[in-house]
Design a binder for this molecule. Sequence first.
Ligand SMILES: [Zn+2]
Length: 73
Amino acid sequence: MPEPVQPPIQREAEYVLESPLRCPLCKEEIASVQVVRLLRSRVNFVSSLPRRGHVIVCPVCQGIISADLGGLA
Ligand SMILES: [Zn+2]
């Protein structure tokens, strides 16, 4: 039986930066970022948090540069 393989990160989309930026995590200069969707999997009954959001990921180190809830439908 083969070991279960961790599926690769599901990248929703890639966005090109208007000007290159330095990743705050790996210090590499990046010309694009990747966006991964966040889906709410568990929630408190009274929570008013949005159902989904997105995470902006560095394409070099896969580190999370920014995360946001709502906004992207
Ligand atoms: Zn990085």
